[in-house]
Design a protein around this ligand. Structure first.
Ligand code: NI
Length: 302
């Protein structure tokens, strides 16, 4: 063979080698998470991943530029794992307001809080309450003021059976799309009706509809004395209906001090998935040694 042929072969091999090295070094984490289909098996792994995703620069950028709670550029990514985008934004708020914006409780004790949003209603919430009673488990219900007005007896039942009831706004408008006045009206109207049910000690807990607030809104609500309760585990029961998937999501992400998001109203099929998933979740986590407490008791270590 001619020398030029050797040279051509040599360059082709060189190009392949170069391509391999470059491809291999590109963001090994991203590949890993894609391979796992964006399912976070291990809580610590997720924590590390999220912290890497949000550097200090990103925090400032998010505070200044991102419109909280709106659709992101990376729609396909958030469709695959719809909670990941939320965690990124919520983490920023948690870092900015560690005493006010709460995603979980730092503890080694195996205590966790189940939370149910959007109730009460006349159909799903009573079935959730039945299951909790059967297993002798307490939980926290973030209720809507307008539903409290419609189903006062169910709220009384929650309180009588030892659950915590807390503010989830009057009518579930997205706070990040509201003016400060509209936002406060949503909280205050719910607060007014809830005063008839909740004792002072457990009163000042609020969960924003869709989970996010602007820094200005957080500062305002902190001034009123509220703690904002986000979550560290999204059961995704608003997104998937198969009970097994809801169970897997919760059980695979459980950790001491977890706050778990579920729903006790709304949805096309009356939260049939949540109702069917709940007994399995309670049985599995109890077997693992976890104790179910209210959000108030979890964060105050009662
Ligand atoms: Ni909600």
């Amino acid at each position: 063979m001619k020398i030029s042929t050797y040279l051509i072969i040599f360059f082709i091999i060189l190009l392949f080698a170069l391509g391999f090295v470059l491809g291999y070094n590109q963001n090994p984490n991203a590949t890993k998470f894609q391979n796992e289909n964006n399912k976070f098996i291990d809580h610590n792994e997720r924590q590390i991943y999220e912290e890497r995703q949000i550097g200090i620069t990103d925090q400032q950028e998010t505070k200044n530029n991102i419109v909280f709670g709106t659709k992101t550029d990376n729609e396909t990514e958030s469709e695959k794992a719809p909670d990941v985008e939320y965690y990124k934004k919520a983490k920023v708020l948690q870092n900015l307001y560690p005493d006010t914006f709460i995603m979980n409780h730092q503890t080694f004790e195996k205590k966790i809080a189940l939370t149910f949003d959007d109730g009460p209603d006349g159909k799903t919430t009573p079935r959730i309450l039945d299951t909790l009673k059967e297993y002798n488990v307490t939980a926290t219900f973030f209720v809507l003021g307008k539903n409290v007005k419609l189903y006062p007896k169910i709220v009384n039942r929650m309180i009588n059976e030892g659950h915590q009831v807390a503010n989830h706004s009057w009518s579930h408008l997205r706070p990040t799309e509201l003016s400060l006045e509209e936002f406060l009206l949503e909280i205050d109207s719910a607060e007014e009706i809830l005063q008839n049910y909740i004792n002072r000690l457990e009163f000042f807990y609020y969960r924003p509809p869709y989970g996010l607030l602007t820094p200005e809104q957080i500062e305002e609500i902190n001034y009123k004395g509220y703690k904002i309760i986000s979550w560290s585990i999204d059961s995704l029961d608003w997104n998937v209906s198969e009970p097994e998937k809801i169970q897997d999501k919760v059980i695979s992400s459980v950790h001491p001090g977890a706050i778990i998001l579920m729903h006790s109203a709304g949805g096309k099929d009356q939260r049939e998935g949540t109702i069917k998933a709940l007994p399995g979740i309670i049985e599995n986590l109890t077997k693992q040694g976890y104790e179910f407490v209210t959000v108030h008791n979890l964060i105050n270590e009662i």
